[in-house]
Design a protein around this ligand. Structure first.
Ligand code: ZN
Length: 424
């Protein structure tokens, strides 16, 4: 489909989606009413910029099923995220949603050279995580033979892979490397396997890891991208050209926005990736902010597919702060503190806006060795940190030394930023 046809199709689907969602999801109806937008205002895909964004917080705030557009009984399946930082994110799929998701995954597999004669081993975890079942249904949709090994029991994985002639492997890139190691340790040669391709995702991985996997498993390693809010794996995937991930854009409409202003950026520019689920009816999401930083490539791919491609994301917008116009990453502050050495690398950033000026306050935990009642000494260290931070990030900050272990320890994604500016 050429770009013009694609945009026309996307426009029609968007209009239907917005009508469907406005009529059924109070959250969206309220949001649209608040800015005076009605479903009839959305006729072409270009009209999408009139619609409000959706964030993970919207899903958490309406936990568990407040944003479902159909009664729970009409959902064919429900998945949920781990919820390490609050309410789990619950996502529901109607029969049709499962079908379009499976179709997307099937297309990804075809991009990775699979056919109905392929043998797909799914070594992603099955369960609430969308990886296992997502790839499984995609493989079945394609007509391939699916082996649902799930994770673990590596010796059996390898045995089945060899004896059943697995051609395609789907798992996390780190597990692919682990399998490669185990195959080598077992004294087996890749000549004994029929493996040709892998689709790997679910965690960040580098180009070095790709080379390593390809070299050791004698395969082509394709990057597959997705997130459960949007459907799961299969939102985009690399073809044999490995020049970016083809987005299944008739199902998932991608935009790149400036994470600070929310403005849509011109084609080719780098910014935050946003998706609208054009086909979903169970949990339709409009302009969902993924927080992934990437760019979209519209030139035609070597493989001949006309769908837009996205680069492998290389950052998260929620890690980046823009304070007084300067991009600040919490990791910069962490390394500055580690260099000073007299404090623990535990800190909390508070950003606010007072009289139109951004303020940055940093709470830093004192280490045991520097714990001191001497006000003078504490002031000295505060000054030292202030100077160090200022020279590192280029803006000034107020430093507050706090007692040991007084800052919250979080598992998984540490949330070390409080942004009170409400810019989104
Ligand atoms: Zn391609």
């Amino acid at each position: 489909m050429d770009r013009e046809q694609m945009r026309k199709l996307q426009g029609q689907k968007l209009h239907e989606l917005v009508e469907w969602t406005y009529a059924r999801v109070e959250h969206y109806r309220k949001k649209m009413d608040a800015i005076g937008v009605k479903p009839d205002d959305i006729q072409t895909i270009g009209d999408i910029a009139k619609l409000p964004f959706t964030t993970k917080a919207d899903l958490r705030d309406t936990y568990p099923t407040g944003m479902f557009a159909v009664p729970n009984t009409e959902m064919e399946r429900i998945h949920a995220s781990s919820g390490t930082t609050g309410n789990p994110t619950v996502v529901g799929y109607t029969k049709g949603d499962i079908e379009s998701w499976s179709e997307s995954v099937a297309r990804c597999l075809v991009g990775a050279g699979a056919t109905k004669d392929s043998v797909l081993q799914v070594s992603y975890g099955y369960g609430l995580f969308t990886g296992g079942l997502g790839l499984h249904y995609g493989g079945e949709y394609l007509g391939a033979t699916v082996i649902p090994t799930s994770t673990g029991n590596t010796a059996r994985q390898i045995r089945l892979m060899k004896d059943l002639g697995t051609t395609h492997l789907a798992c996390t890139p780190s597990y692919a490397l682990y399998l490669a190691e185990a195959i080598e340790e077992a004294g087996l040669s890749m000549e004994q396997f029929k493996l040709t391709d892998g689709v790997f995702g679910g965690e960040p991985w580098t180009l070095n890891m790709r080379r390593e996997i390809e070299r050791r498993l004698h395969i082509k390693a394709h990057d597959i991208y997705g997130l459960s809010e949007i459907s799961g794996p299969g939102v985009s995937c690399e073809c044999d050209a490995q020049m970016g991930l083809h987005v299944q854009e008739d199902h998932f409409y991608p935009e790149i926005i400036d994470p600070e202003t929310g403005e849509v950026l011109p084609p080719g520019e780098k910014g935050e990736l946003v998706f609208t689920t054009l086909s979903k009816r169970g949990l339709p999401l409009i302009r969902y902010r993924t927080r992934d930083i990437t760019r979209l490539l519209y030139d035609r791919c070597q493989c001949g597919r006309t769908t837009v491609r996205m680069e492998k994301p290389d950052g998260r917008s929620d890690d980046m702060l823009i304070i007084r116009g300067v991009n600040v990453f919490p990791s910069q502050i962490e390394s500055a503190l580690l260099e000073i050495g007299e404090v623990n690398p535990y800190y909390m950033l508070t950003v606010d806006r007072v009289n139109n000026l951004d303020t940055l306050d940093i709470d830093v935990e004192m280490s045991e060795s520097m714990f001191s009642d001497e006000v003078r000494r504490v002031e000295d260290i505060e000054k030292k940190i202030r100077q160090k931070i200022e020279s590192t990030i280029g803006i000034s900050a107020k430093i507050h030394l706090v007692e040991q272990k007084s800052l919250k320890r979080t598992e998984g994604k540490a949330s070390r930023v409080i942004d009170k500016r409400h810019l989104t």
